[in-house]
Design a protein around this ligand. Structure first.
Ligand SMILES: Nc1ncnc2c1ncn2[C@@H]1O[C@H](COP(=O)(O)OP(=O)(O)O)[C@@H](O)[C@H]1O
Ligand code: SF4
Ligand SMILES: [Mg+2]
Length: 349
């Protein structure tokens, strides 16, 4: 197998130490026939080179809208209203022209979605998906692009890459298709990879292979990665930091070890309790979180988790808790913040 360092012909324009991704007070409002829906409601974070941020939360919490808004796929216009700022490799994403945005997608940021077929054209061979991008963004000729495409398929663990280049998406398994999509996302060595439920559509053994592949490539290529999943177990062991989303907001963020060992938000605690444990016999009922997330068109006043929270008190349904740094003896704990009036595990603001 060719070494991935051979692929690092081009270096990211990002200065060492400066963040690859900065998200500042991002808000995405979707205008629907039933009313306006605040799908992303005031999210801020930054991500450095080589760092992986896991974003977790139940279905409908706004993870995909956040990922797509970061990519510049939702813009400020008649269908959606976007405020705040996203900066990728120093570029203000929502200030880019359509042409500049396409070049950002080709070069600075790659994406992998849940269903590989959304990224693959069924009438194009696997190799063509790769060579088109390499020729357009890297200026390669046909034979250079084909050689690099073969190298990329090798990098993502596809056996017999030369033969696979000439196969159509329907001739590949789901796992192989997702590997092709990952190769496409990595073709131009982006500074940032956004992976939105990259394995949810795959069976369990393939899921682990694909997640391990992403983690390995992310480390070898030094990319920053946003790994989005509804399953906290998927990001466990693969993210440096984890942000937990609920009803469009980040309600807790910490380095992964802290979040898993001592979460302060009751929702994080409940999500952790819902992770399936491998050693549990299958008949043991997992503790799922009772109730449903709020209606995002008219969310409750105060804490949006209050109707489902076992620790809720009167103030919870009156005052919206904001994401503030956790503290020990009045001193802020770097990197750990949560939004709750009555935190668990000894949490304090
Ligand atoms: N195109 C759309 N039109 C209307 N509502 C949408 C659209 N896309 C997402 N939503 C709504 O936005 C909220 C967040 O959705 P999403 O980001 O897909 O959640 P997640 O990825 O966490 O499952 C949900 O309430 C969803 O129904
Ligand atoms: S603010 Fe209140 S309702 Fe919300 S999570 Fe904390 S304890 Fe529960
Ligand atoms: Mg989603």
């Amino acid at each position: 197998m060719s070494s991935s360092s051979a692929l690092l012909g081009k270096r990211s324009a990002t200065e060492p130490g400066s963040p690859v991704l900065v998200v500042e007070d991002l808000r995405t409002r979707i205008h629907t026939p039933r009313g306006d829906l605040q799908a992303v409601d005031g999210i801020s974070f930054s991500l450095g080179r080589g760092e992986t941020l896991g974003i977790v939360g139940e279905s409908g919490s706004g993870k995909s809208v956040l990922g797509r808004t970061i990519m510049g796929l939702y813009t400020d216009g008649p269908v959606t209203t976007v405020t705040g700022r996203v900066t990728i490799a120093g570029k203000d994403v929502h200030a880019l022209s359509a042409k500049e945005l396409r070049s950002l997608w080709g070069a600075d940021v790659g994406m992998v979605f849940q269903d590989p077929m959304t990224a693959l054209n069924p009438v194009k061979k696997a190799g063509v998906h790769l060579t088109e991008s390499l020729r357009r963004h890297r200026g390669m000729n046909r034979s250079q692009a084909r050689a690099r495409a073969e190298e990329l398929l090798n990098l993502v663990g596809i056996p017999e890459p030369r033969r696979r280049l000439d196969q159509y998406p329907h001739e590949l398994s789901g796992g192989m298709r997702q590997r092709v999509v990952i190769a496409m996302a990595l073709a131009n060595e982006p500074a940032l990879l956004i992976a939105d439920e990259p394995t949810t559509a795959l069976d369990v053994t393939v899921q682990k292979q694909i997640l391990d592949l992403l983690a390995r490539l992310q480390g070898e290529l030094g990319m920053a990665m946003v790994l989005i999943s509804h399953n906290l177990g998927v990001v466990a062991g693969r993210a440096d930091r984890v942000a937990v989303m609920y009803a469009g907001r980040v309600i807790e963020m910490a380095d992964a070890a802290t979040l898993f060992e001592a979460p302060h938000h009751p929702y994080t605690e409940a999500l952790l309790a819902a992770i399936p444990r491998l050693h549990q016999p299958p008949h043991v009922r997992l503790e799922a979180i009772d109730g449903a997330p709020p209606n995002m068109i008219a969310p409750p006043v105060g804490c949006r988790f209050a109707p489902r929270c076992r620790y809720a008190q009167d103030d919870c349904s009156q005052v919206l808790p904001v994401l503030d740094p956790a503290a020990v003896d009045g001193v802020a704990t770097p990197g750990h913040s949560f939004a709750c009036h009555h935190p668990v595990n000894g949490g304090r603001h």
